[in-house]
Design a protein around this ligand. Structure first.
Ligand SMILES: O=C(O)CCC(=O)C(=O)O
Ligand SMILES: [Fe+2]
Length: 220
C-alpha cells in the first residue's frame, strides 16, 4: 500500500507509549442515557503502530448491494473476532487497559477489534449506530483509538429525535469530535440505540486515518 503518513505527524524520536486512560479523560452526557468520553493523546508517538497496521493488516475492500447495484464501501476494513490474534501487541495492551478502566460500568471485557482504513477524505462511514447484537436493546460501550490523519466523528440523535431542551432545528445539527493521532473516543450508555455516528467525507487534503474499535462479544 503506497499511503504514507504526513511528515508533520512523525515523532520518531519518542517511544510509543500508551498513557493512563483516566488521565485527561472527559465525559459528556448527551441525554437519553448516552455519553461520550474523550481522552486526547492516549497513545503517544504512535507512528510505528500506524505504519505497522497500514502495511501488515490484510485490508478488505467490501462491496455491498445498494438497491439495483453493487457499490464499494468507501473505506477498507478488517475485523478481528474474539480469540483472534490482533495484528500488533500494542492493541492487546490497549484492549486490556480499556477493559480494566471500564470494568465496573461494562461488566464484561472488550474482546473484538474492528479496524477501518480511511485512505483519504473521500473515504467515510455513513450515519449508523452499532446496533447488531445486544447493543440493539442494551447499553454497551465502544472504544475507538484513532491513528494517523485527523478526522471528525459526528454524532446526532437517532431519527432526528426530539431531545429535551433541544430546539427542532437543532436535530439537523450534529456534535463533532475532531479525532487526532493517538486520541481515544468512547461511546457509552444508550449511545448506539439513541444516537447515530458517522465519519463524514471531507474536501480537506487529509492523509490516511486508521481507527480501531474495541467492542464486547456479539456487538457490531
Ligand atoms: O472510524 C471510526 O472512528 C468509526 C467507525 C465506525 O463507526 C464503525 O466501524 O462502526
Ligand atoms: Fe460505528
Amino acid at each position: 500500500m503506497d499511503l504514507v503518513l504526513q511528515g508533520s505527524l512523525l515523532d520518531l524520536t519518542d517511544e510509543m507509549t500508551l498513557r493512563d486512560v483516566g488521565t485527561g479523560l472527559r465525559r459528556t452526557h448527551l441525554g437519553r442515557g448516552a455519553w461520550v468520553d474523550v481522552r486526547p493523546g492516549w497513545l503517544a508517538a504512535g507512528d510505528a503502530l500506524f505504519t505497522a497496521l497500514l502495511h501488515d493488516v490484510p485490508w478488505h475492500a467490501e462491496r455491498r448491494q445498494m438497491y439495483e447495484s453493487v457499490v464499494s464501501v468507501p473505506r477498507l476494513t478488517k475485523f478481528y473476532g474474539a480469540g483472534e490474534r490482533l495484528p500488533h501487541p500494542l492493541l492487546d495492551r490497549a484492549r486490556e487497559a480499556l477493559s480494566a478502566h471500564y470494568h465496573d460500568e461494562l461488566g464484561e471485557p472488550f474482546v473484538t477489534a474492528g479496524l477501518c482504513l480511511y485512505r483519504d477524505g473521500r473515504d467515510s462511514v455513513a450515519w449508523h449506530g452499532d446496533r447488531i447484537g445486544r447493543s440493539n436493546e442494551h447499553d454497551t460501550i465502544i472504544a475507538i483509538l484513532s491513528l494517523g490523519s485527523a478526522r471528525t466523528l459526528a454524532l446526532r440523535p437517532r431519527d432526528g429525535g426530539a431531545m429535551p431542551g433541544w430546539l427542532p432545528e437543532m436535530s439537523k445539527k450534529s456534535l463533532r469530535y475532531p479525532l487526532g493521532h493517538g486520541d481515544l473516543v468512547v461511546m457509552g450508555g444508550s449511545c448506539q440505540r439513541t444516537w447515530d455516528h458517522a465519519v463524514p467525507k471531507t474536501s480537506e487534503p487529509v492523509g490516511p486515518r486508521i481507527s480501531v474499535q474495541f467492542r464486547v462479544a456479539g456487538v457490531r
